[in-house]
Write a protein that binds this ligand. Structure first.
Ligand SMILES: *Cc1c(COP(=O)(O)O)cnc(C)c1O
Length: 344
């Protein structure tokens, strides 16, 4: 990895971060807060949240087995994706390389930040080819985006190929593990010490059943987390989201129970979809969704919409011709979907 000061934009490296009234707040001994022009009434919502979400990070640290100093919490992992561009990529000059097809926000954030985005097609079977990815890198490449299990394809990428990218690339490698709770693969978030250029993304939106609260995570070296903290909005995770996240993190048995149901349902649903006469292929998955190639995906998609059932039409994504991405729902929802599909 290049020295961090060669990878970070100079304005960010030299930034004097905004110092908010609650920056030094530790919560321990103070009882009278007259520092932030808050209203003394309407407790518990009258106070600004802890900008560094210390209490919540303690819980995340326990659940994810990552030291607090290596954790960034944001308004969804989408915030972390936007932040890596704003921290590392000089608009109009630097670029980011990513696998394709993959999660759309990597490109959208690149476009918003005026950063050139270089998608590199996966190999057949949606396999990662490290050499092909690395061939797209040049002197201005600051970031590589990898997603495993990948969205929209559902498969996990090969560990050794991901390791090769981490070892060979001099910039930052973002590995998005949004769906890792559904998979049995070893986790890159446990290998931060081995790879100083690694940023792992996690989210409360999928397995943790809390997309509505907007709570995403990035795990990385202390130095990189420090940069995230300097650039983020001071109060980027609101009080209610912090409370609800802590409530969920205290219920790991519930999450395990839901996960088990979803994984069982996934197998049943995939088998049933595979049997449909117009289904050409169901791709293997490690996530809570799967990709199904259909004869006439567009018309099936529209037929389902008319019945009030929404799946994701991915047929215009590279390598995903005629593919629908189907999320595994509740047993009732899956039954509704299947009986509609059988009548098509
Ligand atoms: C759903 C998803 C996310 C989650 O984003 P949030 O902003 O945390 O809701 C992140 N990455 C991928 C690949 C996803 O599919």
């Amino acid at each position: 990895m290049k020295p961090l000061n060669q990878l970070v934009r100079s304005n960010i490296w030299n930034l004097a971060p905004y110092s908010c009234a609650r920056n030094e707040y530790s919560g321990a001994d103070a009882t009278v807060f007259l520092d932030a022009n808050e209203n003394p009434f309407n407790s518990s919502l009258n106070r600004y949240p802890d900008p560094l979400q210390r209490q919540l990070k303690q819980q995340v640290s326990t659940v994810k087995n990552i030291p607090e100093a290596n954790i960034f919490l944001g308004n969804g992992s989408d915030e972390a994706i936007d932040l890596v561009y704003r921290i590392f990529c000089q608009p109009g000059k630097d670029n980011a390389v990513a696998i394709s097809p993959t999660y759309g926000m990597y490109k959208t954030c690149a476009d918003i930040n005026d950063v050139e985005y270089r998608p590199v097609l996966l190999d057949p079977g949606f396999c990662l080819n490290a050499d092909r990815l690395l061939a797209a890198v040049d002197a201005n490449t600051k970031l590589i985006f990898i997603c495993s299990p990948n969205n929209p394809t559902g498969n996990s990428l090969q560990q050794s190929e991901m390791e090769k990218v981490l070892r060979s690339f001099e910039g930052l490698v973002v590995i998005d593990e949004a769906y890792s709770d559904f998979s049995q693969q070893p986790l890159f978030r446990n290998r931060l010490d081995e790879f100083p250029n690694l940023i792992v993304l996690n989210t409360m939106s999928k397995a943790w059943a809390s997309a509505g609260i907007r709570l995403g995570m990035a795990f990385s070296s202390e130095a990189i987390i420090h940069l995230f903290n300097n650039v983020k909005y001071p109060y980027n995770v609101n009080v209610l989201a912090q409370q609800k996240a802590m409530d969920m993190l205290q219920r790991p048995q519930t999450i395990q129970r839901w996960l088990k149901i979803i994984l069982q349902e996934r197998e049943t649903l995939m088998d049933a979809v595979q049997m449909l006469p117009y289904c050409k292929k169901v791709y293997p998955t490690d996530a809570n969704f799967f990709l199904a190639q259909m004869d006439g995906a567009d018309s099936i998609y529209q037929y389902l919409v008319n019945k009030g059932i929404i799946v994701r039409n991915r047929s215009r994504q590279p390598m995903c011709e005629d593919c629908l991405r189907i999320t595994v729902g509740s047993p009732d929802e899956n039954t509704t979907l299947l009986s509609a599909l059988r009548k098509f």
